[in-house]
Design a protein around this ligand. Structure first.
Ligand code: ADP
Ligand code: MG
Length: 360
């Protein structure tokens, strides 16, 4: 039996809204799952069912052998208190209690943790120096870490997080996700809701909800390839010595997490070396990606006279989808340009063989 079994679950609201439509899903012990999907797709509803905060109209939700739909209310409360830790986007901290007190008041007044235990949990999330601070005296990132400390009380086997980084800037987002990575490494399962691809990427598995249904994990395969492309592009700019690579390829830089880099190593796209090195295959893939991007930029900007901001956006889209034939056609149409509008070299393609690079 899996740690979590969601079997054919439907949740309806009034006025015919079907928030979840026959959803089935299994989650293993210690897994870090990201539930992704657009706003209104049922993510929060699903999380609430797992947390025992809401009940399904049809189907079954089992967590750690407990059938949540068949539990009496006091048992559900005990389940919530002892087996799960909840983290929300809006922190739900009590404004007039300090960090330690907020953590002691773990999970909706249902259990009182000891002060020492609370302080320990805060130390674990790097807030040992903020024990007596009120929520109003802490940054968003610190507040979210207090919430995580609160969720860690009782060492629940399951952490549920709803858009945990939704209110945070990139730096705090990374800090919170690093904490989740530690929690995951210590064997606790995490189910994390997010609509953000970069955040979802940190989990070990992602599923996509659409209109209350699991739209599948196959979608994320393509997303995975795009994420790899983003990182390759970022690494290419760094290799070219572009000091602003971080800003230009912000998404790629943020996606370059240890997890993704490890997958790229395992797939032979990168090779171990000093720092990060392309393998032969990785280099070819990065080169043709950069080629597509810069050719698209040149076409959109010089031939179509499109505005600079649109050019960049469109090039970032087209670089993933241009076929080799189309790419070579554009290259030929532009007479094999040696550089993009920003003056950066466009990698040569087979179609450029025998052409003078400065023919334009
Ligand atoms: P998400 O978290 O993916 O944005 P939700 O699970 O919050 O989506 O909502 C799924 C659907 O159910 C939406 O159409 C939303 O409007 C509806 N819904 C959510 N909660 C309620 C509620 N308490 N009453 C009525 N409709 C609701
Ligand atoms: Mg939601």
């Amino acid at each position: 039996m899996s740690f979590i079994e969601i079997d054919n679950v439907t949740r309806r609201y009034e006025k015919g809204v079907i928030a979840l439509d026959r959803v089935s899903l299994e989650i293993k012990e210690g897994e870090w799952l990201a539930i992704m999907g657009p706003s209104g797709s049922g993510k929060t509803t699903l999380l609430n069912l797992l947390g025992g905060l809401d009940l399904a109209d049809e189907g079954r939700v089992r967590v750690d052998g407990l059938d949540l739909a068949r539990m009496a209310r006091p048992d559900l409360i005990r389940y919530r208190r002892e087996r799960v830790g909840l983290v929300f986007q809006q922190f739900h901290l009590i404004p007039y209690l300090n960090a330690v007190e907020n953590v002691m008041l773990a999970q909706y007044l249902h259990s009182m943790a000891e002060e020492g235990e609370a302080a320990q949990a805060l130390e674990r999330v790097g807030l040992g120096h903020r024990l007596r601070h009120l929520p109003s005296q802490m940054s968003g990132g610190e507040k979210q870490r207090v919430c995580i400390a609160r969720a860690l009380i009782n060492r629940p086997k399951l952490i549920l997080a709803d858009e945990p980084t939704g209110s945070l800037d990139a730096e705090n987002e990374r800090a919170v996700l690093d904490l989740f990575a530690q929690i995951h490494a210590s064997g606790q399962a995490i189910v994390m809701v997010t609509h953000d691809l970069v955040v979802g990427r940190r989990a070990t598995r992602q599923i996509q909800l659409e209109h209350g249904r699991v739209a599948g994990e196959f979608l994320t395969l393509q997303q995975d390839e795009e994420a790899i492309d983003e990182v390759l592009e970022y690494l290419w700019l760094k290799m070219e010595g572009d000091a602003a690579a971080h800003e230009i390829c912000a998404v790629g830089a943020r996606l370059a997490t240890p997890q993704l880099l490890e997958r790229m190593l395992a797939r032979g796209i990168l090779q171990p070396g000093q720092g990060l090195e392309f393998s032969g295959e990785g280099r070819r893939r990065a080169e043709s990606l950069i080629r597509r991007h810069r050719l698209a930029e040149t076409l959109f900007s010089e031939t179509f006279q499109m505005h600079e901001t649109v050019v960049e956006e469109e090039a970032c889209f087209f670089e993933h989808i241009l076929s080799p034939v189309m790419t070579d056609s554009i290259c030929g149409f532009l007479n094999h340009p040696p550089a993009c509008p920003h003056g950066k070299p466009i990698p040569r393609g087979t179609c450029c063989a025998g052409r003078s690079a400065s023919a334009r």
